[in-house]
Design a protein. Sequence first.
Length: 189
Amino acid sequence: MLTHQVLHADETPVQMLKPGNKKTHRAYIWAYARGVHEDLKAVIYDFAEGRSGENARNFVGKWRGSLVCDDFSGYKAIIANGVTEVGCMAHARRKFFELHVANKSQIAEYALGLIGQLYDVEREAKPLDNDKRQELRQLRARPIADALFEWTRLQRIKITDGSAIARALDYTLKRWQALTMSLPRRSSI
């Protein structure tokens, strides 16, 4: 797993019953997967009783590549040690999706539409080699991402702090560089 350049990581809470305790407490299953464009698909699951970032640090060890992850603070020490942070658009999308399902937010719906267009480009890019994939991203995904960024920035100016939509917009803006790490870079952002 750690011989490859891209690694996906996420942690999921599970209830754990300790023998003799008769109570459950929250434990975590850490999942590590190879990059989506790898020939061999593999996932390693690592159980831990806590959510400490030490679990992820112990797993990656001295590995230095691109880590696709959410904004969980436990990954920050790995990134500080030279791993490249790549944001997970699914985590940004989820915040808008939950808002749209809960109250049919038009702002969330618009964000979902743009993110859906990015997903469409990625589906088209999946069978391509790295060079062609980057070319397609530059041609098709970069303009969509730029529009999403500008729209998100403008929406955030209009939205009251502390609201659910403000939190979704803030997450996306805060994570923007990591969320667009796989796109060809622009000099103005």
